[in-house]
Design a protein around this ligand. Structure first.
Ligand code: SF4
Length: 479
């Protein structure tokens, strides 16, 4: 049966009333000024709405017309619009814009052909300007419109341009202008690119969900005698708490969860984190306040706890916390970052070697599960842009070389044991909407000793769980 698009869009119109309004719509409504709509649209490409809003505000305070803009140098423009995505390119486009607009009497033109001659203006921008600035029927197809229309099966297309053309044929004209605002708000709030919230979506019964990977929640599929283990660099436990940490733990329902970068002393944590309901909490903070630190919550009480790896250089930074259970050791690690200038590369290597020795000693006694933020993407498949990062921290030959040696020594990367597909990441930069575009790195791991390879029942990543710049990773481990 075909999609009742008018009903779908009517349902969404009610649904998104309380959602955040896309920034360009907001500027269009507030200013009714085609110049500002054009500039804000250029700034908004590959940039979070909050960032675009602030950058637009700074820029418009200095240049609210093309004539004002002409007085600003490219360097000043860069400073004003930073940190929008591709700010250098955008500053160049803006610097060239007044001269180009002069060809149209310094007015924003009102046709697709003319708009496309402006610097930094592609079809998506031109459509948005036509729709929002001039109320001319135009369909702006961004990533959300393209994606969601395909998920619903209303179009079957490969590119946004194909989607635009298909929608021009099939979508009633009264929806051309509002469809972008509706689907951007809905795509940011519910039908997210990674891990859409089908569980709470108003369209869940009717949506075809074409190509959608359902969110992995609860303990479904965890067999008797298997424990669900989770690892998560929370990038500040107090911050993660404010972003729904408790709900996320509930959703994943782990038996044991190791956290890295808690950035807090236990006494600084709210009561509900000091005593997480249903879990025993173990904390190993760095001596320096607000830095590093690891913690583990476990449903079962640990038989023994080992803090650190016996070297003050690393132990003072709260990097390793080990819990001993009946049949295995759970080793939770926060590996050092080698830093942008690679000044901590040797420090990291020393840590790696000592940690490896530590877990090899443990593996002589019983199974070892070692998890955490390893701060290295092992192979090219483990990051979105390997070529651009060959000399960068986390992907240097030295760091990857250690990971080669580590796995060659028999330690098993559980995720790659179960999944050889690309595009699986656990960390995304906060900049340039990297997570939304899935431009990420897989630097969080669950590894097991070679004799425990057969105990890996399932291994995965929870990209749909937010609250940090890392997402949690998991392992179902046979006891
Ligand atoms: S049911 Fe899921 S895939 Fe379909 S629209 Fe809702 S969130 Fe998106």
């Amino acid at each position: 049966m075909g999609v009742d698009i008018e009903r779908f869009l009517a349902v969404l119109a009610d649904e998104v009333v309380d959602y955040q309004v896309p920034v360009v719509d907001l500027i269009a409504v507030q200013t009714r000024d085609p110049f500002k709509v054009l500039v804000a649209t250029i700034l908004s490409a590959r940039t979070k709405d909050e960032v675009t809003a602030k950058a637009s505000q700074r820029l418009f305070a200095r240049a609210s017309t093309a004539a004002d803009l002409a007085k600003l140098s490219e360097a000043v423009l860069q400073k004003l619009i930073f940190p929008v995505g591709f700010y250098k390119n955008k500053a160049r486009y803006l610097a060239a814009l007044p001269a180009k607009l002069a060809e149209f009497d310094s007015q924003v033109p009102q046709t697709m052909e003319s708009l496309l001659t402006l610097p930094g203006v592609g079809r998506k921008t031109a459509n948005l300007v036509l729709a929002q600035a001039f109320n001319i029927p135009a369909i702006c197809v961004d990533t959300h419109v393209h994606r969601i229309m395909n998920i619903w099966g209303f179009v079957q297309t490969k590119t946004p341009l194909q989607t635009e053309m298909a929608l021009r044929e099939t979508l009633p004209e009264e929806y051309w202008i509002p469809v972008n605002s509706l689907l951007v708000a809905f795509g940011q709030g519910t039908c997210r690119p990674v891990g859409p919230h089908c569980d709470r979506c108003v369209l869940t019964k009717e949506c075809a969900k074409i190509g959608v990977t359902p969110r992995k929640s609860g303990r479904k599929g965890v067999a008797q005698g298997v424990e669900r283990l989770v690892s998560w660099n929370v990038n500040g436990l107090r911050a993660a708490f404010k972003k729904g940490f408790l709900e996320s733990v509930k959703e994943m329902a782990p038996d044991v969860i190791g956290l890295q970068e808690i950035k807090a002393m236990v006494e600084q944590l709210p009561e509900s984190l000091q005593n997480l309901t249903g879990y025993h909490g173990y904390f190993y903070s760095a001596e320096r306040k607000g830095y590093s630190g690891v913690a583990v919550y476990s449903r079962k009480k640990a038989k023994a706890v080992i803090e650190g790896i016996g070297d003050r250089r690393f132990d003072s930074e709260g990097r390793v916390l080990t819990l001993e259970f009946d049949s295995y050791y759970f080793v939770n690690c926060y590996f050092p970052n080698s830093k942008n200038d690679l000044s901590r590369l040797d420090f990291k290597h020393d840590f790696n070697m000592l940690l490896q020795q530590f877990i090899e000693d443990l593996a002589g006694k019983k199974s070892v599960v070692v998890c955490g933020d390893f701060n290295v993407a092992h192979r090219e498949i483990d990051l979105a842009n390997p070529r651009q990062n060959v000399k960068n921290a986390g992907f240097t030959p030295e760091e990857r070389g250690w990971m080669d040696d580590f796995t060659a020594a028999g330690w098993v990367d559980s995720f790659r044991e179960k999944n050889t597909n690309p595009d699986n990441y656990s960390w995304w930069s906060y900049r340039s909407r990297a997570r939304e575009r899935n431009v990420g790195w897989r630097i969080d791991y669950f590894c097991v000793d070679k004799d425990s390879r057969k105990k890996i029942m399932n291994a995965g990543i929870y990209p749909e769980i937010y609250g940090s710049d890392h997402c949690p990773v998991m392992l179902d481990f046979l006891l």
